[in-house]
Design a protein around this ligand. Sequence first.
Ligand SMILES: [Cu+2]
Length: 141
Amino acid sequence: MVSAVFTSSSFAIAAPANSNLINLVNQPAIEVKVSLSNTANELKFEPDRIPFEVGKRYKLLLSNPSAMKHYFTSKDFADAIWTQKVEAGHVEIKGNIRELELRPQATAEWFFVPIKQGSYILRCTIAGHSEAGMKGTILIQ
Ligand SMILES: [Cu+2]
């Protein structure tokens, strides 16, 4: 069974002006794939450097092919984007998403538009995982 858990600490949406938002949502999404660990259960993100550009619409395809659960946690990045929705299983979640937990074999699709440039640290927050190498950098240009 494919499943994912979401935590959202706020329903506030840092959205661009409404007229611009309609244009952004209608853009075709650029697909970017990130794997949380791998079939060898190595503690890393693949890739571990993830570039985005302000004002483009993305579909971030997250997958966890490993035997352990992992987190995709980058709160500063979450604050630097406007999240349209996250889709996982048969559920679509709208609004602000700050952190995703992917259980073994889970996938999730995060649709968003970057709104603020910066370099953001990505980590898996499970004890010991980021220390063992499960971290990365998200770059918004
Ligand atoms: Cu992990």
